[in-house]
Design a protein around this ligand. Structure first.
Ligand SMILES: Cc1cc2nc3c(=O)[nH]c(=O)nc-3n(C[C@H](O)[C@H](O)[C@H](O)COP(=O)(O)O)c2cc1C
Length: 183
């Protein structure tokens, strides 16, 4: 990849790649780690799929089972961080976000009407909550309802790191600012 020189060009490419990753299942940024703070104040992280990126609004979207422990964690501490690494780009992104959990309403039902016809639907139909003990699972009937929900993440700040063969570069950017940092 050519070495982009200006903050404007780098910023534009970051968002271009984020948008691409939400549409291309082979993009390395498709499956970032999402780090949160647990109710016990301990850190937690898990892999998620980046489902949608709104460049203009600087928002990222993922789907989850509303009973997953991360939901309660995020409602208590709505700050989280997405961690991305692309070997092709040689870029790491640490994206700090403020999160809203959306579990009802027209947007949820509209997306669910698409997801329910895919193989991923089973992820949101299990009678057993994610992380519950296996022996506690007794239900065998057909699922009564879906647990599909959206985690909507408003980007606050991005820490960009480029690994170069000669030198590395790093910057912290918000919507209105750019600061070069020592890598
Ligand atoms: C490749 C991959 C993609 C995943 N995508 C998601 C996802 O989009 N949403 C989600 O809630 N969990 C996803 N998971 C499962 C989570 O990593 C995690 O195990 C689950 O959500 C429970 O997390 P929690 O206990 O922190 O709530 C994915 C796991 C893998 C390995």
């Amino acid at each position: 990849m050519e070495r982009l020189q200006t903050p404007e060009a780098i910023r534009q490419r970051i968002w271009q790649e984020l948008v691409r990753s939400s549409r291309d299942r082979h993009h390395a940024w498709r499956t970032p780690a999402l780090a949160t703070l647990g109710p016990d104040q301990r850190p937690d992280a898990r892999t998620v799929v980046l489902r949608h990126v709104d460049e203009a609004a600087e928002r990222l979207e993922i789907y989850t089972d509303m009973r997953s422990p991360k939901r309660a964690a995020l409602e208590q501490a709505p700050w989280a961080l997405f961690l991305f690494w692309s070997h092709r780009l040689r870029w790491q992104l640490r994206v700090s976000v403020r999160v809203s959990v959306i579990d009802t309403g027209p947007r949820v039902e509209q997306l669910w009407s698409q997801v329910k016809n895919t193989s991923a639907a089973a992820d949101y139909l299990s009678p057993n909550p994610p992380g519950s003990a296996l022996e506690a699972c007794t239900q065998v009937e057909a699922p009564a309802r879906h647990w599909f929900g959206i985690i909507d993440a408003q980007v606050c700040e991005i820490d960009w790191l480029e690994l170069g063969s000669v030198e590395h570069r790093r910057a912290r950017l918000t919507r209105d600012s750019w600061q070069w940092l020592n890598p």
